[in-house]
Design a protein around this ligand. Structure first.
Ligand SMILES: C[S@@+](CC[C@H](N)C(=O)[O-])C[C@H]1O[C@@H](n2cnc3c(N)ncnc32)[C@H](O)[C@@H]1O
Length: 241
């Protein structure tokens, strides 16, 4: 009990790490990572965690690790029981007064699964979000391709969207970023062509990881684009023109 009988509980931190590169963490994020007694991270049902692997060299001894098992083959609605379980496991540490750092690849609030935990925790516990470097900006840097300039409209499109919607949004935008590509690559290549953007499109995968690579979009094999890949395109070719 704190003075005056008020209970001391822990704080949960949504902590941006990477993407890919362990050095892409803010000074604030590193400070919190070093201080937090409990480190939580999304993990596949088999226990693999990209976010955990990214911070491996930063983690000292004596941490309690809390893998949060999420079925990556299912959507967030199907994962609701997994998010409920994860939030309950985090809450138990908070209740006991321990801070919990939840690792998030890139930025927690840029299409991050952390938002589903935030929805379950923020009403009951102190939550602090520590922004990270999003894959959007990391991919632009890796490709040497400014995303947008001046009065440009930048549009971020999940590749799972319907072909018609993708095409319409691509035609309306100045700069376009296509995320979550994976098995949708053939559709994306077709829509880029239909929207007159194929010649301006740049492809990159696994930015910040040892096997990062970028290649002309016409050389990407249809079934080889990983989930961690992105296409950037700008109607003027370059945003500065
Ligand atoms: C669920 S979103 C999460 C984004 C993440 N919160 C962020 O701020 O980058 C996942 C998508 O981000 C992109 N992405 C994330 N990390 C990446 C990386 N290292 N290289 C390329 N694209 C990446 C891919 O398009 C991937 O499908």
């Amino acid at each position: 009990m704190a003075e005056g009988g008020k209970r001391l509980t822990g704080t949960v931190y949504g902590l941006g790490v990477g993407p890919g590169d362990p050095d892409l963490i803010t000074v604030k994020g590193l400070r919190i990572l070093e201080a937090a007694p409990v480190i939580a991270y999304p993990a596949t049902m088999e226990g693999e965690s990209t976010a955990r692997a990214i911070v491996d060299t930063h983690l000292g001894n004596g941490k309690t690790e809390l893998p949060l098992f999420i079925d990556i083959s299912a959507g967030h609605a199907a994962n609701a029981p997994n998010y409920d379980k994860a939030a309950a496991a985090i809450s138990a540490h908070l209740e006991a007064g321990r801070d919990v750092a939840v690792l998030c690849e890139g930025d927690p609030f840029f299409y991050g699964s952390f938002s589903y935990l935030f929805a379950r925790l923020a009403e009951d516990w102190p939550v602090e979000v520590v922004p990270g470097v999003s894959s959007l900006t990391a991919c632009a840097a890796a490709l040497g391709a400014p995303l947008a300039a001046g009065g440009d409209i930048l549009t971020v499109l999940p590749a799972s969207l319907d072909e018609k919607v993708l095409r319409q949004r691509m035609e309306e935008a100045d700069g376009v970023a296509i995320i979550k590509i994976g098995r949708h690559f053939p559709k994306i290549a077709k829509v880029l062509e239909d929207a007159g953007l194929l010649a301006n499109a740049r492809y990159v995968e696994r930015v910040g990881f040892a096997d990062e690579r970028s290649l002309p979009i016409t050389e990407v094999k249809a079934d080889e684009a990983p989930y961690f890949s992105m296409v950037l395109a700008h109607h003027r070719g370059e945003a500065w023109k």
